[in-house]
Design a protein around this ligand. Structure first.
Ligand SMILES: Nc1ncnc2c1ncn2[C@@H]1O[C@H](COP(=O)(O)OP(=O)(O)OP(=O)(O)O)[C@@H](O)[C@H]1O
Length: 554
């Protein structure tokens, strides 16, 4: 287009001076420039379109990959703060990294322009190239230096950024709103947020100022070089060596070349920066998990014959020095309902996590029908259990989805969902909701309806009933249920799980006494185990706690 511009100007000057005007060539040139303008516009629109589409695809793809990867990892990795840093950095890559792709394509495009312009400039005035090089080198060095530094700063702040996210959430979310208002915490949280973010702001401000300062300085050098070239071209034009067209072509080419070359090298540093960020994403995808060799895995027994046995189990959480449980020996017999009782922090939930193979015991082993549970395929083994944890998830999805999460493949099986809801007393909840099973739950989305703690719990229990699992584990499943519902829920539970193995963790002794046997944990060790009657006769901690609660009701 620059060249056509030059030719048009030269032609116009020629025609002004000519006695007999022939404008054919001029129109031809204008038509060619018009054609080029249209093509160039179409091309740039095509590029923006493909950028946008690729961007969407990329962000969908990376998000899905991150969700899948997270599910592959072991629980100890998920509970680790380093993991969260990696996840946070990877999550950031789900948006905004598309630039890398379009940047690479733009490099190709610019390369063509640069080569054409170089050829043009060299043909007219080769030494202009030296000026050009002088003008852009400082800018390149500046860019390379600062892009690395800004990446390092962003990376070293991952922890703090997570903390900022958390503070923002704590200060402004429906979940925390009640307490934040009541205890007047908003100023405290806002100040903490501001204190921390100000520190980051100061560091990044310093860097941004340096970058801008040096950038402007080097830009002045570049612009000066351009003007030296420009003045030289003007002189040559006035002297009649260059035509008016040459003047516009050369000054235009030089300017364009400078900005294109600058852009070319800046983009290189942007590409490196993007690649550094992208490296975080790949690092996350490459996270390894202690893969168990799946060879020689035994098939799970169709039916539990003997039961589970904890043999001399001791466990420390990763990165922790203290034993949470130690010297644990007990049996969970096939078909029995065993209750775990113990003070807060005694290790009840931890034993469940070990039973489910979320963690490996530090000492000892757990057997199923006499065979160490490690010998079974882990995924199949975990399918054996229907579990409701005390901190079960309240999915802000529909009621149907919330129940079906127990066995998601059966989401359309109405009989199964009805059955599960019936068993867990969740039917009463469904009846009260205007949209029934299709009712979105929670406050986050349109038409969402929040439930009471007990209603959520009934739905969570339904989730456990969705699956026809061999072993049921209920970790404080009825803590939020009213007295009548709790009794009813437990009587149903006992009836429905007749012949099935189950573990119940509860602090309510009225519930616990229904179990076949009760295991009392204290400070990570088994204090006593037996039937309600036996433990009462034992007259130790169980009897003491039972009487304490019973006395409270009198
Ligand atoms: N992921 C973890 N990492 C490190 N320590 C943990 C972790 N989870 C629990 N603990 C510690 O292990 C101990 C036992 O916790 P656990 O949840 O098993 O107790 P619990 O008997 O179920 O208590 P509660 O009745 O309060 O539910 C506690 O001291 C707790 O601090």
């Amino acid at each position: 287009m620059l060249l056509l511009g030059k030719l048009i100007i030269d032609e116009v000057v020629l025609q002004i001076e000519a006695d007999i005007k022939d404008l054919d060539r001029l129109w031809l040139l204008v038509a060619a420039e018009f054609g080029l303008a249209i093509i160039s516009d179409l091309l740039s629109r095509g590029i923006s379109l493909s950028d946008a589409l690729l961007g969407d695809q990329y962000s969908i793809d990376t998000s899905v990959k991150i969700i899948k990867k997270t599910s592959e990892l072991n629980l100890d990795q998920l509970e680790d703060s380093e993991f969260y840093d990696k996840l946070e950095r990877a999550r950031q890559q789900t948006t905004g990294r598309v630039g890398l792709m379009s940047n690479i394509l733009t490099q190709g495009e610019d390369m063509i322009v640069i080569i054409s312009l170089l050829v043009g400039v060299v043909a007219f005035e080769p030494w202009l190239i030296i000026l050009l090089v002088v003008s852009i080198i400082p800018t390149i060095i500046n860019e390379i230096k600062f892009s690395g530094t800004s990446y390092s700063l962003a990376r070293s702040w991952t922890q703090e950024r997570r903390e900022l996210d958390y503070l923002r959430y704590a200060g402004a979310s429906d979940v925390t709103a009640k307490e934040v208002k009541l205890f007047g915490l908003s100023n405290y949280l806002a100040d903490r947020f501001k204190g921390l973010s100000d520190k980051y702001y100061l560091q990044s401000k310093r860097l941004a100022k340096q970058r801008a300062g040096w950038g402007s300085f080097f830009n002045v050098i570049g612009t000066s070089a351009y003007y030296v070239a420009y003045i030289f071209i003007i002189f040559r034009t006035v002297a009649g060596i260059f035509s008016l067209g040459d003047l516009t072509f050369l000054s235009g080419s030089f300017n364009k070349l400078r900005s294109k070359l600058q852009g070319f090298f800046t983009r290189f540093t942007q590409i490196t920066e993007s690649a550094l960020y992208l490296q975080d994403y790949f690092e996350f995808l490459d996270l390894t998990y202690a893969e168990r060799d799946n060879e020689d895995k035994l098939p799970l027994p169709q039916e539990i014959k003997i039961g589970f046995e904890f043999k001399n189990i001791g466990f420390k959480y990763p990165k922790s020095e203290s034993w949470v449980v130690r010297n644990i020996n007990f049996q969970l017999r096939a078909g029995e309902k065993l209750a775990f009782v113990g003070e807060n922090g005694a290790g009840k939930t931890t034993l469940i996590k070990l039973l489910l193979q979320f963690y490996e015991p530090t000492e000892g082993k757990i057997l199923l029908d006499g065979i160490p549970i490690k010998k079974y395929d882990q995924a199949a083994y975990q399918q054996y259990f229907g579990v409701i944890f005390q901190d079960f998830v309240k999915f802000e999805l529909t009621l149907r989805e919330n129940i079906a999460m127990g066995e998601i493949g059966e989401i359309s099986n109405q009989t199964r969902i009805d059955g599960a809801a019936e068993k867990s007393l969740a039917r009463e909840v469904v009846k009260d909701l205007p949209l029934g099973y299709e009712q979105p739950l929670g406050k986050r989305f349109k038409h969402g309806k929040d439930l009471s703690g007990g209603q959520w719990q009934k739905i969570a229990i339904a989730r456990a009933y969705m699956k026809d699992s061999e072993v049921l584990i209920l970790d404080e499943p009825t803590s939020a249920l009213d007295a009548r519902a709790e009794t009813e829920a437990f009587q149903r539970f006992i009836k429905l799980t007749l012949g099935k193995t189950a573990v119940i963790i509860s602090h309510r002794f009225s519930t616990v006494r229904i179990a076949d046997r009760i295991m009392v944990l204290k400070d990570g060790a088994v204090l006593e185990i037996g039937t309600h009657k036996e433990l009462m006769q034992n007259d130790k901690l169980y009897a003491e706690l039972f009487n304490l609660q019973a006395a409270g009701y009198q």
